[in-house]
Design a protein around this ligand. Structure first.
Ligand SMILES: Nc1ncnc2c1ncn2[C@@H]1O[C@H](COP(=O)(O)OP(=O)(O)O)[C@@H](O)[C@H]1O
Ligand SMILES: [Mg+2]
Length: 274
């Protein structure tokens, strides 16, 4: 029988099932009926213009406070998780890499990661030494140097370092399903290569990924099994990797016109890095 721990990952593949999901923020409906299934080992990309609700979906899936699920369900490992707090979703094997990672002054990356690891793997605590070994392994895989993990979390980090740190977290926590929210945004081409290459190395039968992106360019490094286009809180088109170049050519406006979807795009996200 599945327990509420990561032990379950060893024996059965985890599935995230989203059915008819509607959600509101501050009384305004943002998600207007999302259906999506992500299995461990699969890579799904969600693409869409700014303001389409991608980050809202990520936050709702992770149970971030301030989002109200008004209809539908989110099931993970067969269990309805809508009422579960974020830490319990993480213990079940869900992970979210933030679009805008926050600074944690006074807490080093090493200590943060060890605390997070032990919180998520409550049944498999690691000693400081054993954790160091695990961390070193992941750092080597991803090409992260010692200096970075001694610094305070995200404090003074460049855009690229912040996103690398999210990928290091992903590697260390080893979730069943990872939601990556615009892990490519604000990166120059070298950082993008490093970050996307890191994620690509982690992808395998034990990891399912929901890769949220505005741009097609990260898909040059990570080939998704499925691509979904989100507009105005709905998935308006799903297909295989061939959708990416088609979208690149048409643009979201072109696709919107082609599908006859009403409404103009929301403004550019003011926080977005160039
Ligand atoms: N905390 C919030 N308060 C009010 N409105 C929000 C909040 N978060 C998101 N929204 C609104 O929800 C819509 C979708 O935003 P978001 O999910 O960030 O889209 P995306 O990630 O696709 O750019 C936008 O209209 C945005 O203004
Ligand atoms: Mg977003």
């Amino acid at each position: 029988m599945a327990t509420q721990t990561l032990d379950a990952t060893a024996t059965e593949l985890a599935t995230l099932e989203i059915r008819g999901l509607r959600a509101s923020v501050e009384g305004k409906e943002i998600l207007k009926g999302i259906d999506l299934t992500v299995r461990q080992g699969e890579v799904h990309a969600i693409m869409g213009p700014n303001g389409s609700g991608k980050t809202t979906l990520a936050n709702v899936l992770m149970g971030r406070p301030g989002y109200e699920v008004t209809a539908g369900e989110i099931r993970f490992r067969g269990q309805d998780i809508v009422a579960l707090p974020t830490d319990q979703r993480a213990q079940l094997g869900l992970f979210l890499a933030f679009q805008y990672p926050t600074e944690i002054p006074g807490v080093s990356v090493v200590n943060f990661l060890r605390t997070a690891y032990n919180a998520v793997h409550s049944d498999a605590q690691l000693s400081a030494l054993a954790f160091r070994k695990l961390l070193k392994e992941k750092m080597d895989t991803l090409g992260v140097d010692d200096e970075m993990v001694r610094r305070y979390v995200n404090q003074g980090f460049s855009g690229g370092e912040k996103k690398r740190n999210e990928v290091l977290q992903l590697a260390v926590l080893a979730p069943a399903i990872a939601i990556m929210d615009e892990t490519d945004s604000g990166l120059d081409i070298d950082s993008l290569k490093a970050v996307a290459g890191g994620v690509a190395q982690l992808i395998g039968p034990n990891l399912g990924v929901l890769l949220i992106t505005h741009y097609q360019r990260i898909l040059n490094y990570i080939t998704p099994d499925h691509i979904h286009v989100m507009m105005s809180g709905r998935i308006v088109l799903s297909g295989g990797p061939e959708l990416a170049p088609q979208l690149e050519q048409k643009g979201y406006e072109g696709l919107r016109a082609e599908l006859g979807i009403e409404g103009a795009f929301d403004e550019e996200d003011p926080e977005r890095e160039a």
